[in-house]
Design a binder for this molecule. Structure first.
Ligand SMILES: [Mn+2]
Length: 348
């Protein structure tokens, strides 16, 4: 059983994104292994290439990327949206971007596993800091997120957002759809997020309904993976339930995603609660019976053929986390996003 499954997974992986075995086994890097001086986030002279700071020290940014006020000239911009006022249960995701940046410090310098290359040798990337929001004026929050996201997208950079609760994805989709048209949504989540789609509501459980109703997503090419709660409507989006990932297997689910999306431009939204609470305890609305982090990361890797134009990882709530388990999972998810972009974009 495992042997057959393994062959399928390897074949699919080799078709979509060949692994550089030499880099994987030798762990050779374009940069020396000895730690360099700390604080590349501020002192970096280039927005390319790996760095080798001590994992435990130095100024934090996502994967030690240089902080920049503008994403101009970069292939990829990493951005935080520390907003958690739309959550229905546990708050705390306003601390998510900071925690994911801290957890990502273990991911710089080496070829990233299992990709076998340093993504920043292939693409330039900057950390553009966090979205500026007024905590006392929630009505302005959706407009502000959309406006600031549009400013980043106008530079030509691909945007990778660290949340924040899942409401944030709604204004992010507005900004991306304004540039690209309706997008195929690939959503990893325990929840369909199709509740209470009234205009003006600020609710982390409604972004999918709003996006479908407003035509921000192309529902016929959209798919949700890991669902294990009921919701009022599917909006004709394909659903792969949490238990199906085990019965079908990772490679078969990845094939379903590739088939559903086809050649459409796509947006990848990863709610960390797609993972089981064992792998992501620090989140707003945990649901038992979820994916393992291994299953999720394997699936992400198999999505390399998809033309993703935007990414987010949402719902990391550090006050409910233990030993950074959730933040580490989210940092690895985001690293896979970076590697997906590197696979497609190559060197600019
Ligand atoms: Mn969710």
């Amino acid at each position: 059983m495992f042997g057959v499954y393994g062959v399928v997974a390897i074949r699919l992986a080799s078709q979509s994104a060949p692994i550089n075995e030499t880099a994987m086994t030798n762990k050779k890097s374009s940069t020396p292994r000895r730690p360099r001086p700390a604080d590349n986030a501020f002192k970096g002279e280039t927005i390319r290439g790996g760095v080798n700071e001590p994992t435990y020290g130095g100024a934090l940014s996502f994967m030690r990327r240089h902080y920049a006020k503008s994403a101009a000239g970069a292939d990829l911009a990493i951005w935080g949206v520390p907003f958690d006022a739309a959550t229905s249960n546990r708050p705390g995701t306003r601390f998510g971007p900071r925690a994911i940046r801290a957890a990502s410090a273990i991911l710089e310098g080496d070829p990233q596993y299992p990709w076998g290359f340093d993504p920043f040798a292939k693409l330039s990337a900057v950390d553009v800091g966090d979205c500026s929001l007024d905590y006392g004026n929630h009505d302005e929050v959706p407009r502000e997120i959309e406006k600031q996201a549009k400013e980043i997208l106008a530079t030509g950079a691909t945007l990778l957002t660290l949340g924040g609760d899942h409401f944030v994805t709604y204004p992010l989709l507005k900004a991306h759809a304004a540039k690209h048209g309706p997008l195929a949504l690939v959503q990893f989540d325990a929840h369909q997020d199709t509740w209470h789609p009234e205009a003006g509501r600020i609710d982390h459980g409604s972004f999918v309904a709003r996006a479908a109703i407003e035509g921000l997503i192309d529902v016929k090419h959209s798919i949700q993976i890991g669902i294990r709660t009921h919701a009022p409507a599917t909006h004709d989006i394909e659903i792969v339930h949490g238990n199906a990932v085990e019965t079908l297997g990772v490679a078969a689910v990845a094939k379903k995603i590739l088939k559903r999306v086809g050649k459409k431009k796509a947006y990848l939204s990863f709610d960390i609660d797609a993972l089981d609470p064992a792998f992501a305890p620090g989140t707003g609305t945990p649901v038992a019976g979820g994916l393992t982090s291994r299953e999720a990361l394997m699936m992400l890797r198999l999505l390399a053929p998809i033309n993703f134009v935007g990414f987010d990882v949402m719902e990391v709530s550090p006050p409910y986390d233990q030993s950074e388990i959730t933040a580490i999972a989210a940092a690895h998810v985001a690293m896979h996003f970076v590697s997906l972009v590197a696979m497609r974009r190559g060197t600019k």
